[in-house]
Design a protein around this ligand. Structure first.
Ligand code: ZN
Length: 302
């Protein structure tokens, strides 16, 4: 009885801590304005909640699996991480929080790959939930090269888990390419969410056909959008609309309906990741939300 009570009590404490950490992360995100699209209502708060999930969602491995060709998902339930396998070693896109790096390593190994074969570490944007683990991942890989968009470098340099300096081995600029073996990724500056928010394009083959893969940066506006950030987002939306896309991936699985797609992976069935709707759905929601936030701001000011 006593043991059962202690266990129950311990479980409650863990649940409360997880809930409070999530609430803390979402604190300050307003539940307005509301945008209705694709048969659903969205607010800034609902989008953040959907993206981040609970603390447990952020740290629990999602089943690692092949997305298409040489691209694999190795992240947690709500924080994306991708392994791109090449003939000359592998590329890791997004290390997420430092506390997730061992989990990502285990997912890489579950798929039959070695973490030490990672030669390059890239990122979506300079926020802790996507790139905090770069230093530890570099160390565990045995010295992978960390590459980042110039405009995100100051924010990355300020990201020092446990006091570790953030490694940056190569500074990228809009349009630069990163090549390893037969794989080439192109970095596109799509700013707004951060100054150096980076959308990556590459191609993947399946059944003799070539598909355009877009690893899109977050297009989510914060609760306050000053004019310079609005100008950045305007550039980002124009840029991202020009990028070819048959397969959209992003920094949070909710942005590309990953959980639903994963359930639809079946031998002989079409690859659910090849999906034209996903390529523009999140972008359309975020663009409408940006305009709604800016209008609300303008209405509030005399
Ligand atoms: Zn972010």
């Amino acid at each position: 009885m006593r043991n059962a009570y202690t266990r129950w009590n311990g479980g409650l404490v863990v649940a409360l801590l997880a809930a409070s950490a999530t609430l803390w992360a979402q604190r300050g995100t307003p539940d307005h304005p509301k945008v209705s699209m694709f048969g659903q209502d969205f607010t800034p708060l609902s989008i953040v909640t959907r993206n981040m999930g609970t603390s447990e969602d952020q740290t629990t491995a999602y089943p690692p699996h092949k997305v298409i060709d040489n691209i694999y998902y190795v992240g947690t339930k709500t924080l994306s991480s991708f392994l791109i396998v090449t003939s000359a070693g592998n590329i890791l896109m997004d290390t997420t929080y430092e506390r997730n790096v061992q989990t990502i390593k285990q997912s890489v190994e579950k798929l039959g790959f070695k973490f030490e074969d990672i030669k390059i570490i890239l990122g979506n944007h300079a926020h802790g939930d996507h790139m905090e683990g770069d230093a530890l991942a570099k160390e565990l890989s045995g010295g992978a090269q960390v590459m980042a968009m110039a405009e995100d470098v100051p924010a990355l340099q300020a990201m020092k888990p446990g006091g570790k300096a953030h490694p940056i081995d190569r500074i990228l600029h809009d349009g630069d390419t990163v090549t390893l073996g037969s794989e080439t990724l192109t970095a596109h500056l799509t700013p707004g969410h951060t100054h150096g928010c980076t959308s990556w394009t590459t191609t993947a083959k399946q059944n003799g056909k070539t598909y355009n893969v877009l690893l899109g940066c977050s297009l989510r506006a914060g609760s306050g959008v000053p004019p310079d950030v609005e100008a950045e987002f305007t550039k980002a939306f124009a840029a991202v609309k020009k990028l070819p896309c048959d397969v959209l991936l992003g920094d949070h699985p909710a942005q590309f309906d990953m959980w639903d797609k994963y359930d639809r992976i079946k031998p002989g069935a079409p690859n659910p990741y090849i999906d034209e709707l996903t390529c523009h759905k999140e972008r359309d929601i975020e663009e409408a939300m940006l305009h709604a936030i800016v209008s609300e701001q303008k209405a509030a000011k005399p």
